[in-house]
Design a protein around this ligand. Structure first.
Ligand SMILES: Cc1cc2nc3c(=O)[nH]c(=O)nc-3n(C[C@H](O)[C@H](O)[C@H](O)COP(=O)(O)OP(=O)(O)OC[C@H]3O[C@@H](n4cnc5c(N)ncnc54)[C@H](O)[C@@H]3O)c2cc1C
Length: 461
């Protein structure tokens, strides 16, 4: 098990990657990050600590209410911690099967050689605040009519209020040949920690040929991650002198690089095009032929027809579609047309048919990006609405649709921005959202993990 303060502990070694820092510089930037957080806390710019106070009489009424949370990751734990801030002796049970928690936003940095594996691992037990009861099992079925969940053990767990934060996972069956390809020496993914470490070695030793990256249709966990690893890889190869020996292709199902936020899309596209990465739009990966090292894709043409595209690769970063865990996608909490996500109101996060059930984070059908940054804004709404309902009041706290993204464009550079449901930038001037800056790179590398672990997971959000 690793200490949760063990960030990039090899920072004193000679830089192997562009922009890698020594320990002194790292400390300097941790200081900067702390400063940004402090400023954020007072201005409401990056920090966000709305108080969640209720009267002691109301807190007493909630003492025996059973809150059950399915999924003990950033979504589930942040909601639980927010509840405890308001009701210190609340009855909270968290169902989570894993004993090691993964800080997934760090996966890209592991694959890029900036973090070590240990930097993204936490002992699951260490995440729970006193007052959170851990059931080390998984939900095998939801029974919302009976206000209970079935566990892997076969036991049932009853609740008064249920929060579902079970995340999403890569769907390997959505691309023929994916499971086979990902085991070969030529393909790896940042959506899995071990595979991300394999990618790091592949990228480091790649000295020429065709490098192919893909982006799928449907909802995507951290919709910026497939671009980030493409751009960081290009920068690595440029700095180690191999860039001229390779063709880099990025195939995306979208019509542009970052359509969710038009202003960022407009700023980033010329920067990436100038680096010679060949972007292919409206194109989705359908299959991988391992024997000939070929990706088979489907391109949508302007006249509505499609055509097959075949692309050879020497290095492949394939991203298939995503899905929710089985009990969710095949159970009663989802609905037609939402890809197995939990069917919630996108603002209150309350289930549309079962009022005592809420969704949070990646598995919730809100249309918001599937990021920890989204959860930072959703979790307070979920906790406040749970408390309102338990006190027989209306759930009136609304998630406003804002999310954020640290878009790593190259080693040492990052665009940081927040945006709303409509894709408009929020606090654009304060973030200098469309500029690649070293400050935001350092904040991503040294500050955001602390925000995730020590601010969000302790309920300060
Ligand atoms: C490569 C990569 C890069 C990313 N980069 C960023 C970034 O830069 N910024 C950012 O904000 N976000 C980023 N993210 C996204 C972020 O990690 C997710 O949005 C976040 O982890 C979602 O949290 P969650 O709690 O909804 O789900 P998860 O963190 O996925 O957790 C789901 C939990 O549910 C549990 N679970 C699953 N099934 C069951 C079951 N049947 N019963 C009980 N429990 C179950 C799992 O064990 C897990 O602990 C990135 C993710 C990846 C993979």
């Amino acid at each position: 098990m690793t200490s949760d303060t063990n960030i990039n502990s090899d920072a004193t070694s000679a830089p192997e990657y562009p922009g890698k820092m020594n320990r002194r510089k790292a400390l300097k930037y941790i200081g900067t990050g702390a400063g940004v957080l402090a400023v954020g806390g007072t201005t409401g710019f990056y920090g966000y600590n709305r108080s969640l106070r209720i009267s002691s009489a109301d807190a007493a009424k909630l003492k025996n209410v059973r809150f059950v949370i399915a999924g003990g990751s950033i979504g589930g734990i942040t909601v639980a911690a927010r509840l405890l801030r308001a009701v210190p002796d609340a009855n909270i049970t968290i169902i989570e099967p894993k004993t090691i928690h993964h800080y997934q936003p760090g996966y890209t940095l592991v694959a890029a050689g900036v973090y070590k594996k240990e930097d993204v691992l936490y002992d699951q037990q260490s995440l729970f605040l006193p007052g959170m009861r851990w059931v080390r099992d998984y939900v095998s079925a939801f029974e919302p009519e009976k206000n209970r969940v079935k566990l892997g053990s076969g036991d049932f767990l009853a609740y008064d209020y249920l929060v579902v934060g079970m995340g999403v996972e890569v769907n390997p069956t959505s691309v023929e040949g994916y499971s086979e390809a990902i085991k070969t020496p030529h393909a790896a993914t940042i959506y899995d920690l071990e595979s991300g470490m394999k990618y790091r070695e592949m990228a480091k030793s790649f000295s020429g040929g065709k490098a192919v990256f893909t982006f799928p249709a449907g909802y995507v966990k951290c919709g910026g991650a497939p671009q980030k690893i493409t751009w960081l890889s290009e920068d690595l190869w440029r700095s180690n002198g191999h860039r001229d020996q390779m063709d880099i292709h990025f195939f995306t199902n979208h019509s542009s690089l970052f359509p969710a936020v038009p202003k960022v899309d407009a700023a980033v596209t010329p920067l990436i095009e100038a680096r010679g990465i060949q972007n292919h739009y409206q194109t989705e990966m359908r299959a991988i032929d391992v024997s000939t090292r070929t990706v088979i894709l489907e391109e949508r043409m302007p006249d509505g027809t499609t055509r097959e595209v075949r692309q050879k690769y020497d290095l492949l970063h394939p991203v298939p579609r995503f899905r929710t865990p089985k009990p969710l996608r095949e159970g009663p909490l989802t609905a037609e047309g939402i890809g197995g996500q939990i069917q919630v109101d996108r603002e209150t996060l309350q289930h549309r048919r079962f009022p005592n059930v809420f969704g949070v984070g990646d598995c919730a059908a809100t249309g918001a990006p599937k990021t920890a940054a989204t959860i930072r804004k959703q979790a307070p709404a979920v906790a406040e609405n749970l408390i309102s309902l338990a006190l027989e009041r209306e759930p009136t706290t609304l998630y406003d649709g804002t999310s954020g993204c640290p878009l790593l464009t190259r080693y040492g550079r990052c665009m940081m921005f927040e945006f709303d449901f409509q894709g408009n930038l929020v606090n654009e001037w304060l973030y200098q959202s469309t500029r690649e800056t070293r400050l935001w790179w350092n904040f991503k590398v040294h500050g955001l993990k602390q925000l995730y672990r020590h601010v969000m997971m302790n309920g300060y959000v």
